[in-house]
Each structure stands twice: as C-alpha cells, then as structure tokens.
Design a binder for this molecule. Structure first.
Ligand code: PMV
Length: 349
C-alpha cells in the first residue's frame, strides 16, 4: 500500500584482486579491457555496512557515507539506483503486483559505513557498491544476477557479490550483459589460506582509480600488452592454481601480476606512484623470506595505494607475522596489525 515503509541492513566484504583489473573499454557501463580474479575477505574486519530505508515521507533520494551526506547525483550511484528500480518495475509487471507493492514510488535514504580507511586503496568502493546494490535489491524485492549492476557502481564491486575465489569475466558485448562476476571456488575450498593486511598508510590515495585508468589506457603501451598478451593466459593459470590449491603458482602469479600492474602505472605518462618506500621494503622482505626457505611461502599484492595484502598458508602465518614485526616495529598500522583474515564465503548477509 501507499504507506508502506521498509528498512534493510546488509554487510558486504572487501575483495583483493590477485589478477588486477586496470583499464576500461567503456567508461559509462564500466567494461574492462581484461578479466580479473580476486579473493573475498572475511567480514570480521574489513566490511561495509549499509542501511537502506524507504518511506513515503522521504522527498528525495539521499545518501550518507561514514556519517557525512554525499551527493546523490553521482553518476555511478544513479546507475545503480536506476538499474535496481528498473528490475523492480519489471518484476512488479511480471508478477502483476499493484503499483507500489515494492515501495517503488518512494524515495530511499541510504546510510553506509566502512570499518576501514575509505579510498586508501583498500577496495572500499568494491565493498561499498556491492553492499549498496545488494541492500537496494533486498528493499525492492529484486533477486538474481546483480553483479552487472554492482559493476556499474565500481568495476571491482562486481567481485564482492560472491565469496571465496571470484573471477570477473570481461565479456565481449557492447551492452555489458556478459561482463559478470562468477565464483571459481567457494572459501571452503582452501581453508589453509591466510590473508594479512599491512596498513602502511590510511591516507586517501593521490590518484583515484578512475582517472588513473584513463591516463594508463591513453598512454601506456605496456597496459595494452598486459591486457591482450599477458592476462588471458594468466587468468587460466590462476584458475588452475586455485582449483589445485597450488600455493607456489598462486603466490608467484599474484606477485607478478601486482608488479606488472605497478609497472603499468610507471609506464603511464605522467607516471602514477602508488607504492612507497615501506611498500618496497615489504616486497624485499617477502622475497628474502621465500629465498631463505628455498620455496614460495608468502606473496604480496598492492592495489591503488601503498598498503600490502599478504597471502600465506596457515602453517607459516605466525612466523611471517613475527618477521614483519621485527622489520617494521612501528611503520605499519601504528605497530598494530589487522589480524590474519580467513577467506570468506558467507559474503553478503
Ligand atoms: O573498481 P575500481 O575502480 O576501484 O578499481 C580497482 C582497481 C584495482 O583495485 C587496482 C585492481 C582490482 O582489480 O581491484
């Protein structure tokens, strides 16, 4: 009925890419130039919580991020709102419901909170848009494939719609309908895998991913080579490594792909620097540690910021934490760590 009001709260986890997405072939629909693959983190520590309310007394759609009201007219927010309402209308028409059964005539108020630094290259937009799309879908009674809508909020967000190991298939179509996230393996597949987030800096990154990608696509020949000549094979090898729980291959591909992504940033003109000297020291410590044991026990990856995400197996986890504490007594997270996180399967709840 007309006075229906509704409120839903959901949480969504961060995902960390081990094969990176960098570069769009369509800016508006957010279609990538290469496929990517990520691991969804456990929600205990890094997550977004979003509440969406509809009420007939609301006069406008409004949004608050971490307690501060933001501009709802942001084009990507508008894409997500428009697409969810489109699906809700379609469902209403298909099921012959009365006009406002899904609260479709009502405005929404959205309130979203990250429990980790926003825009510090810790995939805040991924968890944020995944959570927004999922919560809106619940409010409006929409079900089914939602990753193509989350993708239109932030590319990497489509991968946070699933738990465990997730690929974002780039797709071929111009309308983006085949550019979707897909679970490769659930979290339960590899329970020994551990993730350690090393917060080097919680500052906002100097160059956002949107403008960074645009400049890279325009100026970097290495990016073109990466997207066409490197990532297609690497995706296949990475999926195989995950399926086989082959840590050595998984770890080496992860480090090489992070390094190539940051090399692409350097190859961009003017160049983009996301790593700082602490990041470089972490890279050196990981390689020294692996060389010491004569096997690859630990891997690093970095997104659009200086913070490291470390992958290792349960049996090496505490020793490596001690190594980091020894070499970086104060540089990382004020001397405190975000704890080792198991991979998450329960994802959206
Ligand atoms: O989805 P965006 O626009 O925040 O871009 C994410 C880019 C990287 O984090 C660097 C790589 C990735 O695949 O997540």
């Amino acid at each position: 009925s007309d006075d229906k009001s509704n409120m839903v709260t959901c949480t969504a986890p961060v995902n960390i890419a081990v094969i990176k997405y960098w570069g769009k072939r369509n800016e508006e629909l957010i279609l990538p130039i290469n496929s990517s693959l990520s691991v969804t983190l456990h929600q205990d520590q890094l997550k977004t919580t979003t509440t969406v309310a509809t009420n007939r007394s609301f006069e406008e759609d409004r949004i608050w991020l971490n307690g501060k009201e933001e501009d709802i007219s942001h084009p990507r927010l508008q894409s997500c709102l428009r697409e969810i309402r489109r699906l809700a209308r379609k469902r209403r028409n298909d099921t012959h419901q009365s006009f406002d059964v899904a609260g479709l005539s009502q405005k929404v108020h959205i309130c979203s909170i990250n429990n980790f630094p926003t825009a510090a290259g810790l995939a805040s937009s991924a968890a944020g848009f995944a959570c927004l799309v999922y919560t809106l879908a619940r409010v409006f009674g929409v079900e089914g494939e939602l990753s193509a809508i989350a993708r239109q909020g932030s590319g990497s967000a489509c991968r946070s719609m699933y738990g465990g190991f997730v690929q974002w298939i780039q797709g071929e179509r111009d309308d983006g309908k085949d550019s979707l996230a897909q679970q490769v393996e659930p979290e339960s597949h590899w329970p020994e895998l551990r993730i350690l987030v090393l917060v080097v800096s919680a500052d906002r990154k100097p160059i956002g991913s949107t403008s960074g990608m645009q400049t890279s696509v325009k100026t970097s020949a290495l990016l073109k080579h990466r997207a066409e000549g490197v990532v297609p094979k690497r995706m296949g090898d990475m999926i195989e490594a995950v399926c086989q729980k082959d840590f050595t291959t998984f770890a080496e591909l992860t480090m090489k792909d992070s390094n190539q992504f940051h090399a692409t940033c350097l190859d961009t003109y003017p160049p983009i620097f996301y790593l700082n000297s602490v990041s470089q020291q972490i890279i050196n410590v990981v390689h020294r540690y692996n060389r010491h044991y004569g096997e690859t026990r630990v891997a690093y990856t970095f997104d659009a910021g200086p913070n490291a995400v470390i992958f290792t197996l349960e049996q090496h986890f505490s020793e490596f934490v001690q190594v980091v504490q020894h070499f970086f007594p104060s540089e990382i997270n004020g001397g405190k760590f975000i704890k080792g996180l198991p991979v998450d399967d329960a994802n959206l709840s």
